[in-house]
Write a protein that binds this ligand. Sequence first.
Ligand code: SAM
Ligand code: SF4
Length: 329
Amino acid sequence: MLDGYGREIDYLRISVTDKCNLRCIYCMPHDIDSVAMSEILTFEEITQIVSAAAALGIKKIKITGGEPLVRRDVCSLIKMIIETDGIEQVTLTTNGVLLFKYIDELKEAGIAGINVSIDTLFKERFKLLTGHDDIDEILKGIPAAVDAGIPLKLNTVSLDPGEPDRLKDASALIEYAGSLGIDIRFIELMPIGFGKDFPGIPHEVLIPLIADRYKGMVRDEAGHGNGPAVYYKIPGRKGSIGFISAMSNAFCDGCNRIRLTTKGYLKNCLCYDTGVDLRSTLRSGISCTERCEALKKAIQGAILCKPKSHCFAEKDNISEKDPMSRIGG
Ligand code: SAM
Ligand code: SF4
């Protein structure tokens, strides 16, 4: 359906858990209180929401978190969502630690694509950025998923390690993605949760640095998925390089998404705490038919009130206080 500004909203991101097996410094740097299991939506509750959302025109779903692969039996949920009338595509974003273990199940469930978030290929720096040592597991999972025929992209947050290593992580990742023939996307760090306290490198700085390193880089106008990334190609290299620049190039005019938090709150913009609590509708004890109608009405209301644009540039106006791990990045 169209929102109040005429944008077609057809994409829902669902955070299936707030828990994670890494501690990325800009996302969940230390243990934070986890949401009690009784507060988290069950698979049945999530699919009821998906079904109501699909009736309103949601066609694409991203499973996220926290780390979605730590939620027990998540592949069954993926299958349930794929089987929902009106849903055309279910994809997943993961830190990759458990990817190798779940490749077959994910494939069997019918996953349409996976984004693996990885910010460095260097062991020491991985430990510094995530608090863990699991990089070998991730680097086992990525090529195995590519070999299994799952469309895969790498996502990397544009952190600023400062000189002289400003491009060290970025160029190693670009070359690694190129060797596998897959896309890599750089994501500008947003001032949400712990990301507020961390230095990122703006893309108006990063893109020229990369273009200088990889001569002949040109815009790639081919379609690459649901997101707002702007893509470039480097001559002789397979796969493209995308930039998701929420800060330096707000893309809110083309925003197509809403987000469901772990606790069943439907957010209509990443930046604000606006939206609607769907869990209370789900648990209100009304009949199945009434519930479906009430969910549709609530989702429609949240879509119609979707803010025009984010306000990341005016940090005091950001009303979202939850960390990214709970919202589902
Ligand atoms: N654990 C999974 C993963 O890492 O892909 C899914 C959840 S994670 C919150 C989703 C994405 O959000 C990751 O790519 C992560 O790097 C990104 N992210 C987290 N905090 C961010 C921030 N403040 N700004 C931009 N991206 C952020
Ligand atoms: Fe976990 Fe993903 Fe957040 Fe890293 S970015 S702490 S992997 S939820």
